[in-house]
Design a binder for this molecule. Structure first.
Ligand SMILES: [Zn+2]
Length: 95
């Protein structure tokens, strides 16, 4: 939300800061970085204030890029070692 002119002037005089907006949800003052939503009015101080904790957690959980073949590096190494195993030769039987 845009702060009224009186509030802006009071903040500048009392605290020496120039801000024009506050978060729509929590009301904290917003500096040069703010979160908005395209086509919708409103500004928020963080993604958590704008979208909510659950939405942010779901977004962080989702991974980008192609799906991984193995769950972890340990799984990948295990598969590699399995593929590199040569059949054991019985040297006693060959003689
Ligand atoms: Zn906020």
């Amino acid at each position: 939300m845009i702060l009224p002119v009186e509030v802006r002037e009071r903040l500048q005089i009392e605290h020496g800061i120039y801000v024009i907006e506050a978060c729509n949800k929590c009301g904290s003052l917003i500096g040069p970085v703010r979160w908005t939503r395209a086509g919708e009015p409103g500004t928020w101080c963080s993604a958590i204030c704008r979208d909510g904790v659950e939405a942010v957690a779901a977004r962080e959980h989702r991974q980008s890029g192609r799906p991984r073949k193995y769950e972890s590096n340990a799984d990948r190494q295990r598969a590699y070692r399995r593929s590199r195993l040569r059949p054991l030769r019985n040297t006693l039987a060959a003689v």
